[in-house]
Design a protein around this ligand. Structure first.
Ligand SMILES: NC(=O)c1ccc[n+]([C@@H]2O[C@H](COP(=O)([O-])OP(=O)(O)OC[C@H]3O[C@@H](n4cnc5c(N)ncnc54)[C@H](OP(=O)(O)O)[C@@H]3O)[C@@H](O)[C@H]2O)c1
Length: 411
């Protein structure tokens, strides 16, 4: 937590002043009782009549919503949700995968909320993208646990998004998950005993197929799943094991498709296959469902998890519970003006490549508990609406239209 207590803060606007006054009178508390940490009540508002940055830091960790700090003679320092950019009361956040598809949306989301971001970069290009986005750079690699520990230890909280997508796509999913699990372990070790947050990315693909999965589902890992997306359950368990060791660790399971303008992940691959093959395909009868979330909504959820998810939380970044793949294929077919066809099971691997398994899996997932716990409300277009906007079908130069650092997602 960084507090710039000796800086002058801009005067409040009339609207901000009115809002603060309304909140203050309604929620006045005995500051001593509150700040001693008694009870676990979720406060909407915390007033600090006098005190140090450390007092605010301790209070912030327990606050469910806005925090107001008032120092000295009635000077409001800020309300986080209202005075972003004025209060400058934020965390120093270490983000792995900050240059990726979701990370490049998360960095501005965090900075916009007053946090300072340091991103892991393994190349000059990723470092430049991070610097351009206003983040600091930690040069290093996912496979260097010592470096991860150092950067995490110097932070107030960590979000872990980096994943060996190339390794996974080339068939070594087990190798990619092993590296992910070791990285989560190194990050958790660095934060042990600090009560600081560690948020890691997982995928709804870990859920049992054929029924709507919830945040409470934590299926045991079957050794037979070692090379499949379900292997990420081991990383979830590794991260959440730190919840009992003084780390506010949580897991965000991302929907099968995290879509948006500039996406080069699953949905873009599906559109590309349809363009190349001259047919928009689906598997079976097309009733398998993909959950989906817009990239900006996913980024927002990661921020909320960092700021206030209780230790041990499993969260679902899911806006559309389950969109039938036939419906997806139909929109793609309409935009590309190609026939929509069922691809026989025996030809699915040849037709869809690595996507075949994801298309066959019926993976609906709910986010009801996540929304209730964190007040997260997806605000951006759903999958079909986003697909219908047309940006998935514009031909674009390979590099220039791609968001900086994005290499395409993988569950
Ligand atoms: N996108 C989706 O639809 C989706 C769906 C479900 C789950 N997820 C999960 O969400 C997380 C983020 O996904 P994403 O789509 O944002 O991924 P992405 O676009 O592929 O980005 C991956 C990030 O990881 C970094 N990275 C990869 N290998 C690294 C290494 N050896 N050392 C350091 N950094 C490394 C990349 O850095 P460079 O810039 O240097 O390449 C990049 O910043 C991943 O765990 C992914 O599996 C994504």
């Amino acid at each position: 937590m960084t507090y710039h207590g000796d800086e002058a803060f801009p005067a409040l606007s009339d609207e901000q002043r009115a809002r603060l006054q309304a909140c203050g009178s309604a929620q006045e508390v005995e500051s001593g009782a509150l700040l001693s940490g008694a009870g676990e009540a979720a406060y909407d508002l915390i007033l600090v009549d006098s005190g140090e940055a450390g007092v605010v830091r301790a209070a912030t960790a327990r606050a469910a919503g806005a925090v107001v700090a008032r120092f000295g003679t009635g000077q409001f320092v800020g309300e986080l949700s209202l005075l972003t950019g004025q209060a400058r009361l934020g965390m120093r956040v270490f983000v792995t995968g900050a240059s990726g598809w979701i990370g490049s949306a998360l960095v501005p989301e965090l900075i916009g909320a007053g946090h300072e971001v340091t991103g892991l970069a393994r190349s000059d290009a990723s470092a430049a993208a991070l610097t351009g986005a206003g983040a600091r750079v930690h040069r290093g690699d996912l496979d260097d646990p010592g470096g991860l520990r150092g950067a995490a230890g110097a932070s107030d909280g960590v979000i872990h998004l980096a994943f060996h997508a190339g390794m996974a796509r080339s068939g070594d999913f087990q190798g990619a998950v092993g590296a992910d699990r070791r990285a989560a372990g190194a990050l958790g070790e660095a934060l042990t005993g600090s009560d600081r947050p560690l948020v890691i990315a997982s995928a709804t693909a870990v859920l049992a197929p054929g029924r709507v999965g919830t945040e409470q589902d934590a299926p045991g890992l079957d050794p037979a799943d070692a090379g499949s997306p379900r292997a990420r359950l081991a990383t979830e368990e590794a991260a959440l094991s730190f919840a009992s060791l003084g780390v506010r660790s949580s897991v965000v399971r991302l929907a099968t498709t995290v879509h948006g303008d500039g996406d080069h992940g699953f949905l873009a691959a599906l559109a590309g296959i349809a363009r190349d093959k001259g047919v928009s395909g689906f598997t079976g009868d097309g009733s398998s469902r993909w959950p989906a979330v817009h990239r900006l909504d996913a980024a927002h959820l990661f921020r909320l998890a960092l700021e206030k998810a209780p230790a041990g939380s499993r969260l679902h970044a899911v806006a559309d519970e389950g969109v039938p793949i036939r419906a997806i294929a139909e929109v793609i077919g309409r935009h590309l003006d190609v026939p929509v066809v069922s691809v026989p099971a025996g030809q699915a691997s040849g037709h869809f490549g690595f996507l075949a398994g994801f298309l066959a899996a019926d993976n609906p997932a709910s986010s009801t508990l996540t929304r209730a716990l964190l007040g997260w409300q997806p605000a951006h277009p759903g999958l079909i609406e986003d697909l219908d906007k047309g940006h998935y079908f514009h031909s674009r130069p390979a590099q220039s239209a791609e968001p900086e650092g994005h290499r395409g997602g993988t569950s």
